[in-house]
Ligand binder design. Structure first.
Ligand SMILES: CC(C)(COP(=O)(O)OP(=O)(O)OC[C@H]1O[C@@H](n2cnc3c(N)ncnc32)[C@H](O)[C@@H]1OP(=O)(O)O)[C@@H](O)C(=O)NCCC(=O)NCCS
Length: 167
């Protein structure tokens, strides 16, 4: 059954379904230089389906976000291990950017992380990726560290994090 989360203009933001995965992989191929195996997409879809979300218009998938639940050290000085929502990948097809879809996908993924009991969210982003950084900063993500040579081509990443207890 289709789970619609919200509408953004004529676009629908909804939970990803198994049949959408092929389109998600296609968007990943054209929009990002970090690609993954088919198995990896399926694994995230099985493990955290509430935070695997797509944007659709006229039956066409034009954007997605997929996340993982992890346990590890806090980015906000909490003691011990915390439960973290990791934004593994987010992308919107070029022709559909700047319409609020990236922000809506991220907001719904954050809602899913909170519902799962995550304490914090985090992600990595290329230091040169100004549009993405600005979307995350608008949602109150904070740059926590710079990861040297994080990407295969040698570019650094910012690790950005959001305290979900303050949402
Ligand atoms: C990051 C991405 C998902 C954002 O999707 P989107 O649907 O365009 O996002 P939104 O429409 O919600 O927000 C767009 C925001 O980008 C920012 N932006 C757009 N172009 C920008 C630029 N050249 N420089 C700085 N900020 C820019 C603006 O802040 C804009 O917000 P505003 O409309 O309130 O001013 C999209 O750009 C994308 O798919 N990029 C390629 C894949 C990628 O880099 N993914 C992130 C990997 S960490």
């Amino acid at each position: 059954m289709q789970v619609v989360l919200r509408h953004v203009g004529d676009y629908i933001i909804r939970r990803c379904e198994y049949k959408d995965l092929i389109h998600v992989m296609e968007i990943n191929m054209v929009a990002l230089s970090e690609h993954y195996s088919e198995y990896f997409f399926e694994e995230l879809f099985r493990e955290f389906p509430e935070a695997f979300i797509v944007a659709e218009i006229n039956g066409m998938i034009v954007g997605y976000i997929m996340c993982k639940v992890e346990y590890g050290f806090s980015n906000f000085k909490r003691l011990g291990f915390v439960k973290k929502g990791h934004v593994v990948s987010i992308a919107v097809l070029k022709e559909h950017r700047g319409k609020g879809l990236g922000t809506a996908l991220m907001q719904e993924a954050i809602n899913a992380m909170i519902a799962r009991g995550c304490d914090e969210a985090y992600l990595e982003v290329r230091v040169s990726n100004e549009p993405a950084i600005s979307v995350y900063e608008n949602l109150k993500f904070i740059v926590k560290s710079r990861l040297r040579g994080y990407y295969r081509d040698g570019e650094d990443a910012y690790l950005m994090a959001l305290d979900l207890h303050e949402q």
